[in-house]
Design a protein around this ligand. Structure first.
Ligand code: ZN
Length: 241
């Protein structure tokens, strides 16, 4: 059983289509989405319908919360705040309502997923370093917890005390350990690698593989500029930050 975990799509249709085409060639059984489908990019509706069509379950990111919550939007930088106002206008009221009430956590038999942290899912804090991981391990109700939000693929192990930045490739997991694993970002990587990222979880092998792929970010950037969204959001796509 192999599962693809996709996160932080951020209305980037070119990246999402490239990732899904790659997922199809791998004979992967199911896809789960960890939130932040929308905002920053110019294709929120297209990304939303595509993600809904392919995902077995979707959880809520802070950008979905910000569709209805000015309190969450107020935590954004000025570029993201401008963009969320634009994104609110693009989506209809029903989609805004559905997205902003998505669950914060999803639990499968052997793994679970959250956008930010298990410690305070609704606060959308960032899980960046071993101290953050140590605070979150006690909240796990499955041996593996996938998360997103930072847009930086990482792996923390509880017993092995490992803290790794993940680069493209496969990582075997130990059955007796517990893991917090950031699956990276489809639409806006922030680890200085502009290629899209997603994760494959192989339950039989008990391994994860980080996939990195080039996509046509110039088209994505051109659409952002044409939509009148902040130019910064277009420019940073090529730098992965
Ligand atoms: Zn995000």
């Amino acid at each position: 059983m192999r599962t693809a975990l996709i996160s932080d799509i951020h209305a980037n249709l070119e990246a999402l289509e490239t990732a899904l085409a790659n997922i199809r060639t791998r004979g992967i059984d199911t896809i789960f989405c960890l939130g932040d489908i929308i905002n920053y990019g110019a294709n929120p509706n297209e990304c939303l319908s595509l993600t809904r069509r392919v995902s077995k379950a979707i959880i809520r990111g802070n950008h979905e919360s910000a569709l209805v919550s000015d309190k969450v939007a107020a935590t954004f930088n000025p570029y993201a705040r401008r963009a969320i106002l634009w994104t609110r206008d693009q989506l209809d009221a029903e989609d805004r309502r559905i997205l902003s009430s998505l669950p914060l956590i999803h639990i499968e038999k052997e793994w679970m997923m959250v956008h930010g942290t298990l410690e305070a899912p609704e606060e959308f804090e960032y899980l960046y370093d071993p101290a953050d991981a140590l605070r979150n391990f006690p909240y796990m109700s499955a041996p593996v917890c996938f998360y997103g939000h930072t847009h930086v693929p990482m792996l923390f192990s509880q017993k092995g005390r490992r803290a790794l930045h993940l680069t493209a490739g496969k990582y075997p997991l130990e059955r007796e350990d517990r893991y917090l694993i950031n699956v990276g970002s489809i639409g806006q990587p922030r680890d200085h690698d502009p290629r899209l990222a997603y994760l494959v979880y192989d339950a039989d092998e008990f391994s994860v593989e980080l996939v990195r792929l080039n996509y046509d970010f110039k088209t994505t950037a051109a659409k952002i500029r044409e939509a009148g969204l902040p130019i910064f959001l277009a420019d940073r796509l090529g730098y992965g930050q």
